[in-house]
Design a protein around this ligand. Sequence first.
Ligand code: NAD
Ligand code: MG
Length: 394
Amino acid sequence: MAGPLKTVALLGATGSIGRSTLDVVARHPDRFRIGALSAHGRVDALLALCERFRPDAAVVSDPAAYPALRDGLAARGLPTRALAGPAALDEVAADPGNDTVVAAIVGAAGMASTLAAARSGKRLLLANKESVVLAGELLMRAAREGGASILPVDSEHNAIYQCLPADDGRQGVRRLLLTASGGPFRGRDRAALAKVTPEQACAHPNWDMGPKISVDSATLMNKGLEVIEARHLFGLPPERIEVVVHPQSVIHSLVDYVDGSVLAQLGNPDMRTALAYGLAWPERIDSGVAPLDLASLARFDFEAPDLETFPCLALAYRALEAGGSAPAVLSAANEVAVSAFLQGQLGFLGIPDLVQACLDATPAGPADSLDDLLETDAAARRLAGELITRMRLQ
Ligand code: NAD
Ligand code: MG
């Protein structure tokens, strides 16, 4: 028996994680219903999802898209409430009618609603890693105080969550080993990276993901953000969180124990496994992911990350060691750099250069309140924007 129906608010419904979540939800109508869906501005895509999943509320975070959403819902005869603007995301994240919140917005834009879900004691399926990097301490505190359960759905953190002891999360743990695919440019040298295009950077060998995280995977910043995410979620110091490159992306991460045991979670590279785990925990449900065929995989490879060619991973460790607002600077500068790269305004190697320049120019400040963090985020974005203009003028 599945128990009472759970109501899910899916923030970032039109993205890659959003799609995978809805695929799992649709397989289990006896367990889950959709309470709210959000998109930034893609009203047509959101309306199509509303027709199919009939949520109580639909949110467009871009207020300019509100009339199209309202009229589209009315034209389809749907009773779904139309909401708009960033505050509406916080509202549905905190709504007592929703017991589960899937945080699948990309970037710092997801921070406030992720915090709202934590404060309101939800089951929080956390994909939006940038909010953990920006506001890790605040988020963990909000979850403790609000009584929220954070279920990591980033595949590495989901793997670690599954491999940690259930009682005291860290007893006997020596190290966390995060696996990295190495991205589409693994094995290349710096010179070969100077001219790579956004299309090449977004063509990930194993995962089908949104553009920002695809570029982050190509620079290894994704793994850097994940190291910071792991530090907050699992409470281990940076020197006990290591990264190993595993190009097949089948071992999603590992936990090394003091007795020499190393536990790993394996599976085909498909986010529906982690999402099904988070949705149904502590039960297990079908996710639609094919069973792993080890004989046809034949082998697993491992290598150390190349920090000289991909300096973003080292920059993330540096920001984590510096503490305070440094991770927020790293993440904000990276968001600006990735967006400039995707728009053809910055070369691929300009991404780590820009992040480093922003870290160099910004002394680590406090990160004790949301206001501090929003200020840091805005200042780092301004600085990054100015530096890009200067780099283009050179
Ligand atoms: P995506 O680009 O495919 O989708 C992003 C979603 O966020 C869309 O629904 C979009 O409408 C919404 N959005 C964009 N800008 C917004 C804004 N300013 N305000 C509100 N909403 C906005 O991204 P994705 O690949 O699904 O990734 C989402 C998050 O999950 C990211 O933080 C990413 O790092 C994380 N994640 C993704 C994967 C994956 O396989 N895609 C794996 C692990 C973690
Ligand atoms: Mg990941």
